[in-house]
Design a protein around this ligand. Structure first.
Ligand code: NAP
Length: 262
């Protein structure tokens, strides 16, 4: 029988992860079966346990469960410890890792070939938590985290050097090389309440949401900024999870081109 993996979250119906992992498995001759698990909002741990008891080998975790996944692990990687959020579970050992940060950093460096010194990170949920450390490692000299719930932005920033947290209004009049939308606002066709003037020519506006033209990306395009969705991050973080589970690193470039319909 194939080794079983899945993505667990709520919602998960839109996830491209099953297709991506099936492509990785084919390309690397790994015998895996990768599905979707929608967990009730109050039933994450029970859903994970049922999957493990039925022989499941590993899980990817998506919103809103990354912090709960972190709490569930018996051991975690250094980058998951720093993030306090887990998106990759190895069920046999209870080990948790976070591949979001390395996924974003690889997309920015290898696929988009973008250089940046200053970053505005919108959102302070599981996805934002996972990428602050990697952005600093990738050379960010200053990261400002803006979030609707300001206390979450401040609490996240306090854990890192060269980072600060604030309300959206507080970044009015500032300039950043890279503005990353790590909120889930785009999933409901909303934009985070960014003050006017920040999205402009010379800025890269990156939305972690993928597969749809979000209001954030549309506004950035209208303002003349360079734009990118989260598809590259998705593929790169998936490749890192696949490597953790299977010990084989799949190629990502052709798959990303295929997904983008190039
Ligand atoms: P999460 O833990 O639920 O956090 C959601 C974040 O979005 C919070 O900061 C929340 O602010 C903010 N938010 C939600 N609706 C908003 C709105 N209408 N206006 C302003 N802020 C809003 O979710 P997550 O795990 O961080 O995921 C965030 C997004 O990133 C999701 O869309 C997910 O699909 C995407 N993602 C993509 C990748 C990829 O590989 N491309 C990887 C990870 C995540 P409050 O704190 O004020 O509630």
């Amino acid at each position: 029988m194939s080794d079983r993996y899945a993505i667990v979250g709520n919602p998960v119906a839109h996830s491209k992860s099953p297709w991506i992992h099936a492509q990785f498995a084919r390309a690397t001759s790994q015998d895996i079966d990768y599905g979707r698990l929608e967990a009730p909002l109050d039933g994450f741990a029970a859903t994970v346990e049922r999957f493990r008891a039925a022989g499941g080998k590993g899980l990817n975790v998506t919103l809103p469960f990354k912090q709960e996944a972190f709490a569930l692990c018996s051991t975690v990687s250094e980058r998951a410890r720093v993030a306090r959020a887990v998106n990759t579970l190895l069920l046999e050992t209870g080990f948790g890792d976070n591949t979001d940060g390395v996924g974003l950093a690889r997309d920015l460096a290898q696929n988009l070939k973008v250089e940046f010194r200053t970053v505005l990170l919108l959102g302070a949920g599981g996805a934002a938590q996972g990428v602050v450390g990697a952005l600093l490692d990738a050379g960010a000299e200053r990261i400002v985290i803006a979030n609707r719930t300001v206390s979450r932005a401040k609490a996240l920033a306090e854990r890192f050097p060269r980072a600060s947290g604030c309300a959206y209004d507080a970044v009015r009049g500032e300039r950043f090389d890279l503005i990353i939308n790590a909120t889930s606002a785009g999933l409901s066709d909303e934009a985070p309440p960014l003050p006017p003037g920040l999205l402009e020519r010379g800025v890269l506006a990156y939305d972690m949401v993928y597969g749809r033209d979000t209001p954030f990306l549309a506004a950035a395009r209208r303002a003349g900024a360079r734009t990118c969705d989260g598809l590259g991050m998705l593929v790169e973080q998936a490749a890192e999870s696949f490597f953790i589970w299977r010990g084989v690193r799949p190629q990502t470039r052709l798959l990303l081109e295929k997904l983008r319909g190039a």
